[in-house]
Ligand binder design. Sequence first.
Ligand SMILES: C[S@@+](CC[C@H](N)C(=O)[O-])C[C@H]1O[C@@H](n2cnc3c(N)ncnc32)[C@H](O)[C@@H]1O
Length: 584
Amino acid sequence: MDSSVVSQLSTLFQNPNFVSQLSSAVDDIRTEHGQGDRLFLRVEACLSRTPSAARDGALLLGCIDLDTGRPLPQLTPTTTPDPNECQGNNPLTPQSLPNDDIDTRYSKRRKTVGGLRLAPASNASTSSEPESNSDEHSSTAAANASSLKPSIRQVHSDTRFPQRKKPGHDSVVPVLEPTSTDKLIAGIWRQVIEPIVDIRTGASGEVFRAVNTLCLKYYNQSQSSRALEMIVQAYWIECYQARIAVIRLENPHLSTTEARMVALKEACATLNWKEKDLRNRVAIWRGYKEIKDAGGWASLIFASAGVYRFCKYRNGFYDGFSARLRTIQSSLELVADTLHPEWRDLLQVVGQASPRRYHGHPHEWVTVPGSPAVPLASTYAHLPPPHNAHDGFGYRFIDECVVDLAVFGADDPRVVPGLDPGMCPACKERQSDEIEQNQCVCFPALFGGVRGHVPVQLFRTASGKNNGVVARCDFNRGVAIGEFVGIITNGIEGVDVMLGGSRSRGYQIYQGRMGNFTRFINHSCRPNSQFQRFYWRGKERIIVVSRGVSAGTEITVDYSDHYWRQLDKACLCGEPCCRFARRS
Ligand SMILES: C[S@@+](CC[C@H](N)C(=O)[O-])C[C@H]1O[C@@H](n2cnc3c(N)ncnc32)[C@H](O)[C@@H]1O
């Protein structure tokens, strides 16, 4: 039940108890008749000579749908932007270099590179099976290079970034409005990504007293124990409901409302609160329990401070809120377990601590909407070795590129001769790895600022592309999502590589054996991000820059026409403007 209109009515008539009274009445009906029924609040008016006297013949003012909180009928027209609008000719789309250019650059490639082990030849690149070829950036395919055309992903050298309003605000935490479900969920993702009793069988009077004492202890504690406070309060609701059930069992003549009154009185005796105050708080605590029931304990524990107002006004509890939380429950747990494994200890306060479920790097798991995440290695079991090797997928997550010494020695090919390492060529401000010294705020989430975990996850695509990358928070247009990290090498053929450098000083970034999440970003003919060159401290970096990515959507880039010409596969991006849906 949502209460935006209801709370407006209660404010209008200065009746602050109305919301919680209504909430109790709804509970009564739901307890007696089941959860399934839709409930409406009929708002009737009647004429009277005195304010207190009521009389028959009420006039119907209207109805409020208690599931949605909206008055009926709802006549507001809505307009939605056309999602099918494609941007095929957007000047920001990475362009491929002309073929002859590629040929000149790579006519003298070596087949093997020191530091990269090439396995026996595979027929992967010629298979028609969806994920069987260059998904894995297979080094096995490289060994077959003489019979395969090189498939090369390229980034163009344009340094014009998608414009954003205010550079330097990449890591701003979203402000939580009481009405915004999106912001609540965004807040949970931010909190979980950034640092920071089985009661259903019934509660005896003794257990309930103990829980009330616990509740009192954690009520209104400092911000640092907010999570504990909410855990106890959500748990209190479970105990309270279990206690009402027991009271009714022991006193069959009592109605649910009467049993509730008894339980409230019992609670107030320990809490030493007025019943009215407890009722008001219970209305909020119910919200905590609903969040926990749908999104799991992690969603409540990592909910930001605005959760109180969210539960107080309940404006965001409709529109599939619970269903949305349920879908991301295991994804949240995955981040909580891998980034903050100690989070489960908090649940000891209510005897609900459970063993950690996910270990290792957060991107060593592939999330599946509505189901537990699966190990990354298991999603490549269909591929030829080494990716289905018994010791796993064999992919190492690294934060920084590794220069292949066998190819370049100590000479990092990303260094641009003549470029001042102390100044940003884009904004002309001072660049420094010391945060206090640095003045360049072009991409502070990646360079010159505090680096945190990037709010993205690997997920199983529904469209047959195997894995992809989903954004867990909004990335505003122009904000960097991540650096394209892998081995800096040269001379590899037949596998996906990113081309960098200049005509005379080219290099490849190879992500076949190690790299970061950018290796899993899929192509779209209408991408929401792009590869871009940026220069940090005199070195070229290839980064993925957002063109406007909202939380919950897949991050995509345009691999370029050249890439798709090398790939014997149909594009599954599903866009109306798809350029490679049918391959001849
Ligand atoms: C860099 S990988 C992307 C991650 C890959 N989906 C995975 O699960 O490992 C590139 C490969 O993903 C697949 N892929 C990416 N975008 C695609 C698309 N729009 N349609 C079909 N396959 C795609 C192709 O097999 C491509 O060679």
